[in-house]
Design a protein around this ligand. Structure first.
Ligand SMILES: [Zn+2]
Length: 425
């Protein structure tokens, strides 16, 4: 009988909701009595989960290494960014809806304004936000020398993405974007950053593309109209953050057919979700800004749980508050997230696991991502309970999960869900 029970338990699979609170981790804040925003926030649901579950600290990649949102989420989903990530370009391209394939090289772009001497007058072309789709349309699907195809798509406001496709391309080329201040710097020529034929070929293709783009943009009626109206024309493209698209094995292939979905209002996280084979849930009411709709996110997650094993729910607002140094806002947002999690917890199918963590810390005193570890809690049936009774940076440092990496965290969650593969016979 006991033997049979054990056998059945081995086949047991559980669903899980993974809540990613962007930039959650913080440092003690004087005005909060030397507590972090999470520790100062009133969070009855998160604390109950800590009390009934297990907590710990997660270094998304490694101790003391700050991660971007893209890399932090890849780590949290058990990927090694060194294997699947080579720059921001491919993530942005995916977020903008461009189809990309392994070997493509993608760049982040700005529509910008340059004068006749190649001096950047405005890196954002007067923050152009009208006519961008038409301008992007004339720059898309251009065949270059050496059988390179260029695809181009608009992103948000003055931003866009460029994808070069061809045999033997490299991301190791310099940016045409001079960066720095918004004006007065010369547009930079594209240089190969190593001596490989691939870098040389990519630099040639990109230079040719940018010259064609300048010509097409200068002639375009939208820009002529902008000049007549006293607006800055979007007469050039600045490129940066080139990255090569690598093959990313989807989660369902890595973990026994696991079905995954993501709820996020932010393009970066939506792109990571697509890249890892998650279904993405997009709704105009679900945003990546301060006014995130927690109740809508909770109901979307619950709906997705019907047909999926793992649902990622992402909230960006905490990170924005960290960047803005607004510890009071961060505390309030965490309290709203507590209510969102309460809704998920109360209405999930029986035995659903809930894990809560973050992609990186964004301490209010820094206003940027830091290498501080992030708190984690895992709650649900089968979880070994530790002695911690609150969810906060300090209590998590004493928890049963100890101090682990993002990849460790995901493997632990996957194992609790019953989707792990045994090592050895
Ligand atoms: Zn982030």
């Amino acid at each position: 009988m006991c033997y049979k029970l054990r056998r059945e338990e081995k086949k047991l699979k559980r669903k899980a909701v993974l809540v990613s609170i962007d930039g959650l981790g913080d440092r003690p804040i004087h005005e909060l009595g030397a507590r972090t925003p999470l520790e100062a926030a009133v969070t009855p649901t998160l604390d109950a989960m800590a009390s009934e579950g297990v907590v710990g600290l997660v270094d998304p990649y490694a101790p003391g290494i700050p991660c971007g949102t893209d890399v932090g989420h890849l780590c949290m989903l058990g990927y090694d960014p060194k294997e699947v990530y080579s720059g921001r370009g491919p993530i942005e391209a995916m977020g903008a809806g461009l189809e990309i394939f392994p070997g493509d090289v993608a760049f982040r772009c700005n529509f910008a304004t340059v004068d006749n001497n190649g001096i950047v007058q405005d890196r954002r072309a007067g923050r152009i936000n009208q006519g961008v789709t038409e301008l992007a349309g004339i720059l898309d699907n251009i065949t270059l020398n050496e059988n390179v195809i260029a695809n181009f798509a608009p992103a948000t406001e003055h931003r866009a993405v460029l994808v070069l496709r061809g045999v033997g391309l490299s991301p190791h080329v310099s940016d045409s974007d001079p960066g720095g201040k918004n004006e007065g710097m010369a547009i930079q020529p594209i240089r190969p950053l190593d001596a490989t034929e691939a870098a040389l070929k990519t630099a040639r293709a990109l230079e040719q593309y940018l010259a064609i783009a300048r010509e097409l943009l200068n002639q375009h009626p939208i820009n002529k109209q902008r000049i007549m109206s006293g607006l800055l024309p979007a007469n050039t493209i600045l490129t940066r953050s080139g990255g090569i698209v690598t093959h990313c094995i989807p989660l369902k292939e890595r973990f026994d057919g696991i079905r995954c979905a993501a709820v996020s209002g932010e393009i970066t996280v939506q792109a990571i979700a697509k890249m890892t084979g998650m279904k993405t849930f997009i709704h105009p009411g679900i945003t990546g800004s301060y006014d995130f709709n927690g109740q809508l996110k909770a109901s979307a997650a619950l709906e997705l749980l019907h047909d999926n094993d793992l649902v990622l729910v992402h909230v960006k607002a905490t990170d924005l508050a960290g960047h803005d140094g607004r510890w009071d806002a961060k505390k309030t947002i965490i309290e709203q997230i507590d209510k969102m999690v309460e809704g998920i917890k109360a209405n999930s199918p029986p035995d659903t696991l809930i894990a809560i963590t973050a992609d990186h810390s964004t301490p209010c005193e820094v206003g940027e991502h830091s290498g501080d570890p992030v708190p984690v809690v895992i709650w649900g049936k089968g979880v070994r309970v530790d002695k911690q009774v609150t969810y906060g940076e300090t209590s998590c440092s004493l928890g049963g999960l100890g101090r682990i990496t993002g990849k460790d965290f995901f493997h632990i969650l996957i194992d609790l869900m019953g989707f792990s593969k045994k090592l050895g016979a």
